[in-house]
Each structure stands twice: as structure tokens, then as C-alpha cells.
Write a protein that binds this ligand. Structure first.
Ligand SMILES: Cc1ncc(COP(=O)(O)O)c(C=O)c1O
Length: 405
């Protein structure tokens, strides 16, 4: 069981605002003291650049930076630290990967993605397809988030890449990635599969080798870590074939006026000074999650989402439209109160000290597909309680009254 009262003590944001109901962890999670402390400690006590100095504090910052890489490697069960590339966020991880794949793709090759993808895993591929004359195919989903029945018919011998999320940031669905990858590789074993794990890694135990994907990306800030830190994991043999994303310091082995020899993995993809404090503090986020237990966190957030889903249905009936399946599989619940704009709902909830997100949640193609202009999204994480569910439901009843629904 998750002890929310105890957990809340670790999150300073609740110190001056004990009744705050934060339901926007899908956008970014709150940060525990250990993460904040690690950031501050770096800046206060050893704020040296990495890989450069032979003096003590630089050796310490380098060591701690690399310790996070080792922990990330363990956390997602990668086979080597060389496969863990630190970026700014999921978006940059995907752009880095798309840029790298670009040289391997030719006019007429196919890229497949899903209509429910976050723009980060949609727009870069769409733009690459337009630039290079590739065929951009999109798997459709139904109202419950289930992939169109014949999605496999989109995969052909010309398909070179499939990009999909692990957990959808609107539907809240947990895609059966392992099975999907098996099915794809049966049709064409050479397809490169990128999984956007931004909404998964913070509570779903991920084993990239067992999943069978070729690349997996995520952001630290959605899993209790600092903003400005992301991860691209990809198989070493694949990364070895990709060109660097950016050129400059730290990514080279030698430079002469005629020629540059690039550094080995992972540094070849980490040009310039990275977010050192953020990467170091990210370790504390992972340790915190491991300390609480991912399975417990996952079960907790799903139970809250399910409770909210049931109460929304029971309380509002036809006045509410909930996006995604009846069986919740993550902490995410997006919905509309019929006849009330999502932004109005979010604003009224804000007056009651409840933070939710309103809009298209960077998933416009999905909203268009479902015929919804904007939705409200409540997302539950380890610091939320069943009381939070009751609080938001009470506030929504108020919204309905205000709009005479
Ligand atoms: C599924 C998914 N992918 C990608 C992103 C982009 O993450 P970031 O803004 O950290 O790059 C998000 C952010 O909400 C997301 O939910």
C-alpha cells in the first residue's frame, strides 16, 4: 500500500499548501526533497564541469553524472551504459533519433505511427516524411484507444520505422508493446521500433531488452526528476550507425583542420555542457521511485484513476464523456463535461485549489479523430489520494451547477 500522508511529507510543495490537489503529473510531476537537495548540493558544493578537470570537484561531478547513467541503465534493463544518451527531454530524444535515422531512409520508404501519439512522436516523423518523400502511415484508434483491428496491414516490406507510445497521455492506455513488437517483427524483422515511454517509466517497470524495441525515450521531469533531462536509449549496434545530432565540444576524440574523429558512445551524442545538476539529481528520483516500489505506485495510480472514472460516470452520467477505455491502465483520465468548455472547467477547479490540464494535451490528431475540441485531463500519481478523487468530483458538481447542467 502507498502511504500518501507519509509520501506528501517528502514533497515540499505541500508544506505551505497542504490541501493542494495536484492532478497534472502527466505534464510534469512534483519533486521530492531529495531531488531538490541534490540539485542544490551540486551548485553549492561541487559545481564543476564534467570530463574536463583533474581537480577534486570536477572528478566528483563526473562520477555522480556517470552514476546516474549506470542507474538508468539498470532501471530500464539496458545492456550497457553506452546505450544511455542524456538529452533535454523526450522531445529532444525523439528528434535526435529521427535526425539519425534520416540518412537511412529513402523516397518511398514507410514510417508508421499512431493517431494518438503526442506531437513529439508525430510531428518529427511527419516532417521527416515530407522532407524526404517518405510515406507517413497512421494507425487509427477507436474511442477506447484500441488500435484499428487490421493495423498490421499497414506494415509492409517497405516499412522502415514504427513509432508508438507505451502509455498514451490522453487515452491513458497501456499499449501491449511486447506483443505489438513481436507481431511487427514477424512481418518485417528489419523495422526499427521506437517507443515513447514518457508516460510509462515513472510507474511501469520497463525492460527494454524484454520489450524487444530498438529505441526507448523518456523525460526525467515526469518521474520526479528535474526538468531539462531526457533519455534516449537505443541498441548499441543501432546507435553506432547513426550520425551525431550536434557537433562541438565533448563529442569528439580528435580534431584537426582537416578532420574530426567522434567520441565513442554515449558521448558522441552529448555535445556541449549538459544539465549536470539535473542528471545528478535524476538519480535521486529513480532511487525514490525504487524505494516506494514501481508496482505499488502503478497499482495506486490505476486504482485512483478507476475510482475517478467510476465516480464521473455515476455522478454525471450522460453529462460527461470520458476518453479511453472503461478499464483504466494508468493514472490518466481525460474527459469533457458536455456543454462546458474544458478551460472553464480547469479554471473553476483552480479556484478550489485543484490543478488539472485543459486543451488538446499535444495530441491534436487524436482530439480531431474523436471529434473533441478540448478535454480536461486529471492525472494521478503516488502523492494523490482517494480524498483527491472526492475533492475533484465535488468541484465538478459545482461546475455543473454553475452552468445549469
Ligand atoms: C507521451 C508523451 N510523449 C512525449 C512527451 C513530451 O515530453 P517532453 O515535453 O518532456 O519532451 C509527453 C509530454 O507530455 C508525453 O506525454
Amino acid at each position: 500500500m502507498i502511504d500518501v500522508i507519509e509520501i506528501k511529507k517528502d514533497f515540499p510543495i505541500f508544506k505551505d499548501n497542504a490541501d493542494f490537489v495536484y492532478l497534472d503529473s502527466t505534464a510534469t510531476s512534483l519533486k521530492p526533497s531529495s531531488v531538490i537537495r541534490a540539485m542544490s548540493e551540486y551548485y553549492s558544493h561541487y559545481s564543476a564541469n564534467i570530463f574536463r578537470g583533474v581537480y577534486d570537484i570536477s572528478e566528483r561531478s563526473t562520477k555522480e553524472y556517470e552514476e546516474t547513467r549506470s542507474l538508468v541503465k539498470e532501471f530500464i534493463h539496458a545492456s550497457s551504459e553506452a546505450e544511455i544518451i542524456f538529452t533535454r527531454n523526450t522531445t529532444e530524444s525523439i528528434n535526435l533519433f529521427v535526425n539519425g535515422m534520416s540518412d537511412r531512409l529513402q523516397r518511398g520508404d514507410e514510417i508508421v505511427t499512431v493517431i494518438s501519439e503526442h506531437h513529439s512522436n508525430f510531428v518529427p516523423w511527419q516532417q521527416l516524411a515530407q522532407k524526404k518523400g517518405l510515406i507517413f502511415k497512421i494507425i487509427d484508434v477507436d474511442k477506447t484507444g484500441t488500435w484499428q483491428e487490421d493495423w498490421q496491414s499497414l506494415i509492409t516490406k517497405k516499412t522502415k520505422v514504427l513509432a508508438t507510445s507505451h502509455v498514451s497521455n490522453v487515452l491513458g492506455t497501456l499499449n501491449p508493446i511486447r506483443q505489438i513488437i513481436k507481431d511487427i517483427k514477424k512481418i518485417n524483422p528489419d523495422i526499427v521500433i521506437l517507443v515513447d515511454g514518457a508516460q510509462a517509466v515513472g510507474s511501469v517497470s520497463v525492460d527494454v531488452q524484454a520489450l524487444g524495441c530498438d529505441a526507448y525515450v523518456f523525460s526525467a521531469h515526469k518521474m520526479l526528476g528535474p526538468t531539462g533531462v531526457g533519455v534516449l536509449w537505443a541498441k548499441e549496434e543501432l546507435l553506432d550507425t547513426l550520425p551525431p545530432y550536434q557537433f562541438g565540444g565533448e563529442m569528439i576524440r580528435s580534431v584537426t583542420p582537416q578532420k574530426t574523429v567522434f567520441a565513442n558512445l554515449p558521448h558522441r551524442f552529448e555535445a556541449g555542457t549538459p544539465h549536470i545538476a539535473g542528471v545528478i539529481a535524476f538519480k535521486q528520483a529513480i532511487l525514490y521511485l525504487q524505494g516506494k516500489g514501481l508496482k505499488k505506485i502503478y497499482d495506486h495510480e490505476v486504482a485512483l484513476a478507476q475510482d475517478f472514472y467510476n465516480k464521473l460516470n455515476n455522478t454525471f452520467g450522460k453529462d460527461v464523456t470520458i476518453i479511453g477505455p472503461a478499464q483504466r491502465a494508468s493514472g490518466i483520465v481525460a474527459f469533457t463535461i458536455n456543454g462546458v468548455h474544458a478551460h472553464d472547467v480547469a479554471q473553476i477547479l483552480n479556484e478550489d485549489n485543484i490543478a488539472v490540464r485543459a486543451g488538446h494535451h499535444c495530441a491534436m490528431p487524436l482530439h480531431d479523430r474523436l471529434g473533441v475540441e478540448a478535454s480536461v485531463r486529471a492525472s494521478f500519481y503516488l502523492y494523490n489520494s482517494f480524498d483527491d478523487v472526492d475533492t475533484i468530483v465535488r468541484s465538478l458538481i459545482k461546475v455543473r451547477k454553475m452552468f445549469n447542467k
